[in-house]
Design a binder for this molecule. Sequence first.
Ligand code: PEP
Length: 257
Amino acid sequence: AAARRPLMAGNWKLNFDHLQAIAFVQKVAWTLKDAKHDFSDVEVAVFPPFTDLRSVQTLVDADKLELHYGAQDVSQHDSGAHTGEISGQFLSALGCDYVIIGHSERRADHGESDEVVHAKAVASLRHGLTPVICVGETAEDLEQHGASAIPVAQLGAAVAELPKDAELVIAYEPVWAIGSGQAASAEQAEAVCKALREKLAELHGQEQADRTRILYGGSVKAENIAGFMREPNIDGALIGGASLKVDEFCSIARFRH
Ligand code: PEP
């Protein structure tokens, strides 16, 4: 992981309205600035609900914060008769760098198929957004197919025919570890992240595989982040619950100290 800049990404899910988002980002900014430690070797990003993005943009721009942000989903369409959808163009216009795609909650609750995830990755890149492509097996998949088979197949479907020079982030999130308090072990997570990097090399070449950051997600906390970050194929984390607490989120970002 040495050559890849770690990414600590906070997925807020359906939490914080825009006023709470402002208060939270101000506290994170203060902590990051105030810290005696140097954060320049870690990239920190938050993924608020759509309705908070404009407020986050205003704060980040006004204070020139070293804080990146993105959305939790994007439409595969750019415009037209798609009620309730948000296009990549709108997200770009709000200064988003990233968009989460194929989170297991969207796959499960909104029936997002591998084809939809692929179409959303294409739409993100069309608008200059870096897709954070989530893959991961359920407890049942784990029992039937082992840990790697399903995430590797999901990755293959998501990145099929994307440009070899596209900037991507992959998040390995075992569904059984999300929100359960039961994180994968660092060794388990490393084995799957390694398999994902090998799949990317097979499909898109070693150069993209070496450059792409692969995150682990699933019950990451301040107390377990260092173990994951010691693994050679884990380049950061996608953090749900623990990203809603300023101190804990900042401790995760400060994993080296
Ligand atoms: C997530 O939903 O992306 C996630 C990793 O959640 P948690 O950290 O709460 O397990």
